[in-house]
Design a protein around this ligand. Structure first.
Ligand code: SAM
Length: 245
């Protein structure tokens, strides 16, 4: 699909390699920049997702594209038996493991190297899957969603949080200005990788959002799908279940 070809550095490396390299580069400043650029709203967005998950009381949760582990840490409030985080960037998970250790959550949360598109877990392993700002970075979105469906238990829930592109023209103009000029500038000052924060805007614009993303979820095997826009359409939560049979 067209959005799969939007890459961080436009180099000869695969999108997966470029994405892993970019997140390794910015891992030390990722949490700080997340808070600055979203004015802290990303925490509330993850809390909303956790509220949706609380209805199904999942015992084993998979956090895909866990990065520095914030979604996994937010899910700890549900007190599941186990949370497994996977990511392709070792640098991001190194920061995540330190946070998990400092919060005393190491017996509940484990972070390990893993690619959503080639995930090695057996079929029907997890009660729920969460993905925060990860699907946009997949090399092959449909392959990733299909594989995650495979490892979800029948009846299990997937909750995806992702940036969206506002439909209201006024919000859209403000959003374009902010992500085109302010985000790369702040990214350059704090992370020394301006390209990472230009890629953010390019990948959000190219990515299917709202009904279009829901259509891809249906196509890749999910049922009871819906989305909920957040903060003037800047982000969205997408939910779906794996069919019971
Ligand atoms: C923007 S960060 C999100 C981190 C975290 N989920 C959060 O909510 O802050 C995106 C993460 O997705 C990871 N990623 C991208 N493609 C992936 C894939 N195919 N499988 C696993 N992780 C992936 C990147 O390495 C990066 O750490």
């Amino acid at each position: 699909m067209q959005h799969d070809s939007v890459t961080p550095y436009n180099s000869k490396d695969s999108k997966k390699e470029q994405v892993a390299q970019m997140f390794d580069n910015i891992s030390g400043r990722y949490d700080l920049l997340n808070s600055i650029l979203s004015f802290g709203t990303h925490k509330g967005w993850r809390r909303k997702c956790v509220g949706i998950l609380s209805a199904v009381k999942p015992q084993h949760i998979l956090d895909v594209a866990t990065g520095t582990g914030d979604f996994a840490i937010a899910c700890a409030k549900l007190n599941p038996a186990k949370i497994t985080g996977i990511d392709i960037s070792e640098g991001m998970m190194k920061v995540g493991r330190e946070k998990i250790q400092s919060l005393g959550l190491q017996n509940m949360i484990t972070l390990e190297q893993g690619n959503a598109e080639t995930i090695a877990y057996p079929d029907n392993t997890f009660d729920a899957i969460v993905i925060g700002f990860g699907v946009r970075n997949f090399q092959d979105l449909e392959k990733g969603l299909r594989n995650l469906n495979r490892v979800l238990k029948p009846g299990g829930l997937i909750v995806i949080l992702e940036f969206s592109y506002p439909t209201n023209p006024v919000y859209r103009a403000g959003y374009n200005f902010y992500f085109t000029y302010i985000t790369p500038l702040i990214g350059k000052i704090f992370s020394k990788d301006q390209r990472a924060y230009s890629y953010l805007m390019e990948s959000v614009k190219a990515f299917p959002n709202n009904e279009n993303f829901v259509a891809i979820m249906k196509k890749t095997g999910y049922v009871n799908t819906f989305y909920k826009g957040l903060t003037m359409g800047v982000a969205a939560i997408y939910c779906g279940d794996k069919p019971l049979k």
